[in-house]
Design a protein around this ligand. Structure first.
Ligand code: FE2
Length: 147
């Protein structure tokens, strides 16, 4: 069983945002497996990928929220920055020579992502889908990373 299993309940738009969320879930699982000696990979590369991918994903999501007129964008951005701060700290520590990733941080990444997707991201789902239907704009055309 993966550290953070993907479930259909986590689907919010049936499109690009779900694809990005799945990639984030897969990367956190990869990080967990590597730290626990259960999977391949290079810690520096996984951290680097996660930092960059999260940045792009949050920017994409916030762009869609702006376009679709999501009313709680400011609060949502604050939630995103909480996650980014933890990831940046992990990257800084790694670059300073600390190659330990503690369990509390792994648990934070897992629970933050799960609760965030199941909470505020899911609130945005219907707004995003309604906007997509009205405008006929494809998410794929305006996002930086596709599914
Ligand atoms: Fe979000």
């Amino acid at each position: 069983m993966p550290f953070l299993p993907w479930s259909e309940q986590m689907v919010i738009d049936g499109d690009c945002i779900d694809g990005q969320h799945q990639q984030l879930v897969a990367t956190i699982n990869q990080l967990y497996d590597l730290v626990h000696g259960q999977g391949p990979g290079d810690l520096g590369s996984i951290i680097e990928f996660l930092v960059v991918y999260v940045d792009v994903h949050f920017a994409d999501e916030e762009r869609l929220m702006r376009l679709a007129g999501y009313p709680d964008l400011d609060d949502h951005r604050h939630q995103h920055s909480r996650f980014t701060i933890q990831l940046e700290a992990l990257r800084e520590a790694f670059l300073a020579g600390d190659d330990q990733v503690d369990e509390d941080l792994l648990k934070f990444l897992k629970s933050w992502l799960f609760n965030h997707i199941m909470g505020t991201d899911r609130d945005f789902g219907p707004i995003l889908m309604a906007w997509r239907k009205t405008t006929q704009i494809s998410e794929f055309d305006i996002l930086e990373v596709g599914p």
